[in-house]
Design a protein around this ligand. Structure first.
Ligand code: CO
Length: 495
């Protein structure tokens, strides 16, 4: 018998799977960024067929046997971490009966497809009928996963996106945010209500906005030899580490949303582009979790991108491209980019009011999956929580309330907490970098981000999934995740 025979069989299988995942990612990017509408049915079918093939390879009973036998083989630290991640992927895929996977996928596509027209029509009744089916199947999935893992149904879904996180821990973290954030928000809004700001005046031609976006990506170290910027209706970061595809969308009347969208996706992209090369194709080389991924994009967009220092560096390029105007006076431009304005829509929210949107969704989706509430209860709960957090009523306004997000339409329960966890991780990481690198603030003010990016590469990017999220954060920052740094950051920037 060869050395580590079972482990070697596994690495060959996962390497093969990663090649199919590569093609699926690039075809998926093409579907959203390039494909003419007439191609959509055939592409959907082709991707589904590829998905079935990947699922068959991954859940082959030999994979289960290899995983068990490999446990007693002589593996080094990285190989053991890889085996742990392989086991995770296998269990996630193999636990569910194929009939449930198929039913969930069908109900999800139906609900999502109809939602695209039901949302603008404010059609809650039509939408909720489809959502009930999605929730029913997601509950079945959650129960099967919970039984295997020995946890609550919601925690079993959370684990798909955030291994190492539980609702008990989230409750503590979010209770802490709830104890100071509403008050901070009121103070910031009050302070800013006395400022009179000038809005940038368009039009801002798309081609010029694209040029500016590319310049920002260059400034932020994006590797154009291993990635591209394109356009899609909903911005995303896709592709594979060797070929990262990011997208944005342009509005000629609005300059900053596309630009900061690009800065955000560049944070995701740099994480992908700097994942450990030597293990590429293996699960251990993948990004750690959705919250850690989001921490990198928010590190770029919020910690760095909306800082005074970075905005000052961006401004000359903006004036060069679009000419001077009163809104581009430095202090106005900075204040404009740091406005706090509670509103209905999560994706438009500033970083001070964003956690309210996330915690509200977390509380509702957890109760929904654990069976404490039903779909019909959602609008009233949404309204009640929006009223108490942000003072806004969503009564009868479903399209800007509980129908605004795509996540629940295809059963993506357990994802929302990642956004606020990401913001908290980002603040904690930035402070740790500042402590480790005494000249950092000066360097950043002079447009030199190299030390900062080296720090991220060494502490986050190059580790892939080698460590658990808790280990990764403790090694990088010296302590477990807590909200202190996020609070300090918001207080310092906005009060
Ligand atoms: Co993101």
């Amino acid at each position: 018998m060869k050395k580590n025979e079972n482990y070697e069989s596994l690495t060959r299988t996962f390497s093969r799977l990663s090649k199919f995942a590569h093609l699926s990612a690039i075809a998926g990017w093409d579907m959203f960024a390039m494909m003419p509408p007439g191609g959509s049915t055939a592409r959907g079918e082709a991707l589904a067929e590829l998905g079935v093939l990947q699922h068959q390879i991954l859940t082959d009973k030999r994979v289960g046997e290899w995983l068990q036998s490999a446990e007693s083989e002589d593996l080094n630290d990285v190989e053991q971490a890889n085996l742990r991640e392989m086991t995770r992927h296998y269990q996630q895929a193999a636990l569910l009966p194929e009939s449930l996977v198929e039913a969930k996928s069908l109900a999800g596509s139906k609900c999502e497809h109809a939602w695209r027209s039901q949302r603008p029509a404010n059609d809650w009744l039509g939408f909720s009928a489809n959502l009930k089916e999605v929730v029913k199947l997601s509950r079945q999935e959650a129960h099967i996963r919970a039984e295997a893992k020995g946890c609550s149904p919601y925690d079993a879904l959370l684990d798909i996106f955030e291994p190492d996180m539980t609702s008990a821990r989230l409750d503590v973290l979010f209770a802490d945010l709830k104890s100071w954030l509403p008050d901070l928000l009121v103070k910031v809004v009050d302070k800013q209500s006395r400022e009179h700001l000038i809005a940038p005046q368009g039009p801002f031609p798309t081609a010029t906005q694209r040029e500016l976006g590319l310049e920002a990506m260059t400034l932020l170290g994006f590797d154009f030899n291993a990635g591209r910027l394109d356009v899609s209706a909903h911005p995303f970061c896709g592709g594979v580490p060797e070929d990262v595809r990011i997208t944005t969308r342009y509005d000629e009347n609005e300059l900053l949303s596309a630009l900061f969208g690009v800065v955000h996706e560049t944070g995701h992209a740099r994480y992908e582009q700097n994942l450990p090369r030597q293990w590429l194709g293996q699960p251990v080389a993948l990004a750690r979790s959705t919250a850690i991924h989001e921490s990198q994009s928010l590190f770029f967009e919020m910690q760095l991108g909306r800082s005074d220092a970075f905005l000052k560096q961006l401004l000359p390029a903006i004036v060069q491209h679009f000419g001077p105007q009163p809104a581009f006076e430095e202090s106005n431009f900075i204040a404009w980019n740091q406005r706090v304005k509670p509103g209905f829509i999560r994706v438009d929210a500033d970083e001070v009011s964003y956690p309210a949107h996330v915690i509200l969704r977390y509380e509702i989706e957890r109760a929904l999956i654990d069976g404490d509430i039903e779909v019909d209860d959602i609008p009233a709960l949404w309204n009640e929580k929006m009223q108490s957090w942000l003072g806004l009523s969503t009564e009868g306004n479903y399209q800007n309330g509980c129908m605004q997000d795509i996540h629940w339409t295809d059963g993506g329960f357990g994802y929302f907490p990642s956004y606020t966890l990401g913001a908290m991780y980002a603040a904690q990481l930035f402070q740790a970098a500042r402590t480790a690198l005494p000249g950092l603030d000066n360097a950043v003010a002079n447009g030199d981000f190299s030390a900062l990016f080296d720090w991220l590469r060494q502490n986050i990017w190059q580790h892939g999934s080698r460590f658990s999220t808790s280990q990764l954060i403790e090694q990088a920052t010296g302590e477990a995740l807590n909200s202190r740094y996020f609070r300090d950051h918001l207080t310092k920037r906005y009060l």
